[in-house]
Design a protein around this ligand. Structure first.
Ligand SMILES: Cc1cc2nc3c(=O)[nH]c(=O)nc-3n(C[C@H](O)[C@H](O)[C@H](O)COP(=O)(O)O)c2cc1C
Length: 147
């Protein structure tokens, strides 16, 4: 059983279920004990630390606190310089070196990709082959299409 929870809202980027590791643990423990197998941790930018004082993102904290596998998500494959695409702006394509470093470090176990794949169905193949120049930039019109 996979449970997805979110630490932001499109209408309010600062919306939080938990503002401290202690509050996050209090939220997660009953769910973990009830049998959740995997936590899918929604953040807007996977590379941002969830709490001050540690580089772990939300999926990293969730794995640390529950011991369960986690899925990270949030602007994978999109450039941090164009971050307003939730509000209708474009986003440049980007590589995934930071993501791979965090995966190798065991910070989280799985990665969900949304907009980068939506705009470029060949995203995974291009990433695997290192064809970063051929990645398509995200455009808001892509949200209205089925590739
Ligand atoms: C226009 C738009 C609005 C979104 N609103 C929310 C939201 O309010 N809360 C949330 O957790 N995720 C929200 N998401 C994130 C998606 O549910 C999904 O996790 C994300 O698009 C996949 O990651 P990526 O597109 O950043 O790769 C939104 C995404 C888009 C494109």
């Amino acid at each position: 059983m996979i449970l997805r929870f979110s630490q932001w809202k499109q209408q309010d980027y600062t919306a939080r279920l938990a503002t401290t590791p202690e509050a996050l643990e209090a939220f997660l423990q009953p769910l973990s004990q009830a049998g959740v197998d995997v936590f899918h941790c929604s953040t807007r930018r996977f590379w941002e630390p969830e709490f001050e004082g540690a580089s772990l993102n939300l999926a990293g904290w969730t794995k640390k606190l529950t011991g369960k596998p986690t899925i990270t998500v949030g602007s994978v494959g999109l450039s941090g310089e164009f971050l307003a695409s939730f509000k209708g702006e474009s986003a440049q394509a980007a590589g995934i070196d930071d993501l791979l470093g965090r995966l190798d470090a065991g910070e989280f176990d799985l990665v969900a990709v949304g907009r980068a794949l939506l705009v470029d169905p060949a995203w995974a193949r291009k990433i695997r082959l290192g064809q970063l120049d051929e990645l398509q930039p995200f455009k808001p019109e892509a949200l209205a299409t089925l590739s």
